[in-house]
Design a protein around this ligand. Sequence first.
Ligand code: BES
Ligand code: ZN
Ligand code: ZN
Length: 501
Amino acid sequence: MFQIATLPHDRELKTDGMIIFFSRRFVKKRQKTYADLPPYLWEELDRFFAFKDFKGDYKEITVYYPQKLKTVKRILFIGFGDLDTLSSHTIRELGYLIAGQQKKLSMRRVHVVLCNLHVCDDYVIRSLTEGILYGNYRFDEYKSKKDEKEWKGKYIFTCNKTGYTPRFRKVLLDTVNTVQGVETARNLANKPSNHLTPRLLADFTKQHFSNFASIETEIWDRKKLEEHKFNALLSVAKGSREEPRFIQIKYTPRKKSNKKLALVGKGVTFDSGGISIKPSAKMDEMKFDMSGAAAVIGCMQAAALLKPDYEIAGFIPVVENMPGGNAVKPGDIVTAYNGKTIEILNTDAEGRLILADALAYAAETYKPGLMIDFATLTGSVVVALGNRIAGLFTKSDKAAKILTEAANNTDEYLWRMPVHDFYSKEIESKVADVKNIGSRWGGSITAAKFLEEFTSNIPWVHIDIAGTAYNVSDVDYWPNGATGFGVRLIAYAFKRLEKIL
Ligand code: BES
Ligand code: ZN
Ligand code: ZN
């Protein structure tokens, strides 16, 4: 789908659409020089600019039909806006826009001209590629009529000889690989609960990773979970007729390494709330309550493709939370994998219960240098941060620094939340070691403090993605449904995390 080529100056390009970006400043300049662009374009450019229609505003598009050129069918002028407001996010949105134009105009070969961009850094290539790939993403598995008009296009990044480097190629390839992980995560999270039960998610994972030599998977069913005393997880599963699963995914690097990263993801294929049942409005959205699991699967796929030099393991507890006749009830007490007893006061705080066993198991048996969990854990994080920024909870300043930097570079934003120990008072139980809810206030923090009880002092990061995992408004490249939040973030951080493992 992607190709990199140099832009010939001595012969006309054969293309369905040449994409040329101009900034507002360039458009304003009275004496425009086009030295970076091939001379055969200059006359057309003069004619185009003579109209003064195009201002170079951000996301402005003008389709121009060249008069003298034979093989350049169209030139799409796209406004870059003001160069100082350009960022990976704004460029990603331009990539998305290009994909939309490619479809609208049914162009087979699109040349994205980069030669006149003097900001052509890694992030420009990465963001444009991501935007274009996002623009080509569709979730139409359950539509009997697919949009057949949609043409798959070929995108050719065209630059001058100095821009055509092995590094360019590597950034492009890494980006495509990362986005494949994102797409896997989005496809999974978008599936409704009747098409993605815990069993089906486990089966998919096993099947999916059988294609990757560096990855092994192991699936546990109810019997194995009982043997391993995953009682907190099992208590959530009791109210559903769907059998629970525990998925483990191990990535082994080519060269042996004693460094290990663990990724843990909340996999609630549907969260009705259980006996503490949720109100019916928007309950359908609780099909997305396995977005943490989806993110971990996406990250593991990205790992297999990007090949970091250390071990990574994914731990994914998967259940359906339902209020069946056998369901766990408020007041029930269960003993988690690490032996701690939990008083379940609200069956809707189920994510932390399944994560309790998974974290404790990962910490005690895998002993990673760092554990990171992704979970659509609390409504309260959405109240605090909205749906563009996920909550970051950790006592590790080093991990927070690396992940925040990754967040700012991938636009999968994180905001560090407090994890002071006095918050743990809120989850003290009168009758058990801990209870699964705190008071009304600071709900995302007490949830994190609950998880902390099960981490056995292994350095740990919790990322609450309840707000960012799906239906994010005002981001073009996340039109609706699942975002795959977390995959680009971790893929970016893979290299940098190595030094703290
Ligand atoms: N899956 C929900 C959290 C959630 C809420 C995700 C909104 C996405 C959007 C979680 O299991 C839950 O129900 N949490 C409760 C906890 C409460 C009972 C302490 C919540 O946040 O209300
Ligand atoms: Zn819940
Ligand atoms: Zn939930």
